[in-house]
Design a protein around this ligand. Sequence first.
Ligand SMILES: Cc1cc2nc3c(=O)[nH]c(=O)nc-3n(C[C@H](O)[C@H](O)[C@H](O)COP(=O)(O)OP(=O)(O)OC[C@H]3O[C@@H](n4cnc5c(N)ncnc54)[C@H](O)[C@@H]3O)c2cc1C
Length: 375
Amino acid sequence: MTFYPSYWERSILLKTFDFIVLGAGIIGKQIAIKIKIKHPNARIAIVDRYPLPLGASTRNAGFACFGSITEILDDMRHSSLEEVFSLADKRRRGIQQLINEFGTEKIGFRPTGSYEIFDKANINDLDEALNQIDFINEELRYRTGLQGVFEIKNKLTLGMNCIDTVFFNSHEGMLNSGMLNETIASKAHNMDIIPFYGFDVKHIEETAKGYELSNDQGMKINCNQLIVANNAFASQLFPELNVVPARGQIIITKPIDMIPFDGIFHSDKGYIYFRTIDNRILIGGARNHFKQDEETYEFKGSDEIKNYLESYLRTIVIPNHSFEIDMHWSGIMAMGDKKLPIVERRNDHLLLCVRMSGMGVALGPILSDEITAMV
Ligand SMILES: Cc1cc2nc3c(=O)[nH]c(=O)nc-3n(C[C@H](O)[C@H](O)[C@H](O)COP(=O)(O)OP(=O)(O)OC[C@H]3O[C@@H](n4cnc5c(N)ncnc54)[C@H](O)[C@@H]3O)c2cc1C
């Protein structure tokens, strides 16, 4: 189909926008909301190619977390202390802002705390974590004001087939990703932000007064300020960006009687994560063992990762129960040469808020504040 505009479309519906936010995931929607609050009379559109956001926002594990101890130690090998701990602080503040802004009930937040567990395969990580716990706690106290974030506990209460020593962080918790998306969407849609869902942006062109976005049907929308918030897909439109897709796969069990634990759990430098939800266990990750295969935009998951996660679940997480796997899905995250988001103004008419590096649930509130401060 080719699009031939009517007079009404050209004169009103497709009239130049003050702001277009490209990408209607949780980041794009939070940006649009905050710009509308800052500029109430502005004409703002939010554009997405699908009716529901299809990337990472509706497909993650619903962790409200700011980094397990081995994830932080791993990050310290690749980034400066300043980068690592200011990111942890932004994640912590972001979670708090979600709770303050929307309320725990609207986003299904529960302050369960989190545990990090170890098995024989990552015993070296445990040794390093035990050696570094005081240093990490001190850095976190300095950056976040929180005392003694990581505590050493015994696994006995969890009933898992893991090493006795586990780390507990009482400041993390779980949320319901479906509720979070719906709550943010409902706020955006009540605010006179114009949705353009079903508009697959294929071309972006700079104009004298801003940017023009077009799809394959020839429909064009113009704006003065374009805010790109399509995360992993940013490099499809801006190939010069250092943004690489990273698929994250998840499986969930059918309901299980008497699960002996509750909360969110990390292992293997944050690459394994699992939690309870509705009497089920959801587990995801293992991307580090299949790194190249997972650098893909393909949503269909792989048997290799599904089997890996299922085996981890049966042997380590809940070894003495029988259960069935109910679902397997994946989401596409955005990584790059640094585990740091790209939040910047590119020119007078273009801003980027992409490459969430698998942390966008927690970072979204703070990064959307940062972008809004630039417009
Ligand atoms: C398995 C998994 C586990 C995760 N765990 C955590 C965690 O523990 N903690 C945490 O903080 N975060 C976590 N995340 C990451 C978090 O979900 C993301 O960082 C966040 O959702 C990114 O949101 P976004 O709005 O930037 O991008 P997305 O949700 O990916 O949205 C991008 C949108 O842009 C649209 N789009 C793309 N290209 C175009 C185009 N050309 N035209 C029109 N529309 C387009 C897409 O359709 C999509 O709706 C996890 C993610 C996954 C997948």
